[in-house]
Design a protein around this ligand. Sequence first.
Ligand SMILES: Nc1ncnc2c1ncn2[C@@H]1O[C@H](COP(=O)(O)OP(=O)(O)OP(=O)(O)O)[C@@H](O)[C@H]1O
Length: 192
Amino acid sequence: MAKLLEVYNLTTHFYTDNGVVEAVDGISYSVDEGEIVGIVGESGCGKSVSALSIMGLIPDPPGKIVEGEVIFDGQDLLKLSSAQMTQDSWQRHCDGSLYCDLELHLNMTASAASQRAAELLSLVGIPDAERRLKDYPHQMSGGMRQRVMIAMAVSCNPKLIIADEPTTALDMTIQAQILELMQGCRPNWGRR
Ligand SMILES: Nc1ncnc2c1ncn2[C@@H]1O[C@H](COP(=O)(O)OP(=O)(O)OP(=O)(O)O)[C@@H](O)[C@H]1O
C-alpha cells in the first residue's frame, strides 16, 4: 500500500524560562493510505505536540521543530512557509462551519451543502439533524459539539485525519459509535 504520511526523526522543543522541554525527541513512523495508526504513551510524553508539529500548529516561540521531515503526499510539510500551510487543505477544518466547509471546499450549492451537512450530522449520531443545523455551538451539549467536529473532519473526504483524543468528552456508547464510524467510513469517509 502507498505511504500517505511519513514522519522521520521529528524533534520539537519548547524554550521556556525554566529550560528546554524536549517534548518530542526524534519520532519516526508512517501511515499507509486507509491505515489507522494509534499513538499511545503516558501523560506528557509528547503525543499532542507531535500531532501539532505535523500540522504546523506549534506556537513559535516558545516551541520549535528543531529536526525532522514530515512527508505528506510526497511533500515535506516542514519546508512549507506558514502562508503555504494556511492556504493548503491542511488547516481548513480549524475554523468555519460544517456548512461553509462543504460550500467552500467541495463547491457545493447552498442546498446541496445543507443536505449533505444534515446527512453528516445524522451519521455522527445527532438526532433531528436538519433542525440542529441551525443551532449555535452553545445550544449543543459537549458531546454533540465533539460529534460536529468529527462530522467536519470527515466532510471533505480527507485522505488523512489526525484525531487527538476524539472521544474524551463522550459517554462509552457514543465513544464506541464514533470509533466505529471513523473505522467504517474510510477511505471515503461516509460518502455514498
Ligand atoms: N507551550 C508549551 N510550552 C512548554 N512546554 C509545553 C508546551 N506545550 C506542551 N509542552 C510540554 O510538552 C510535553 C508534551 O506535551 P503533550 O501535550 O504532547 O503531552 P501528551 O502526551 O499529549 O499528554 P496527555 O496524554 O496528558 O495529553 C509536556 O511535558 C508538556 O508540558
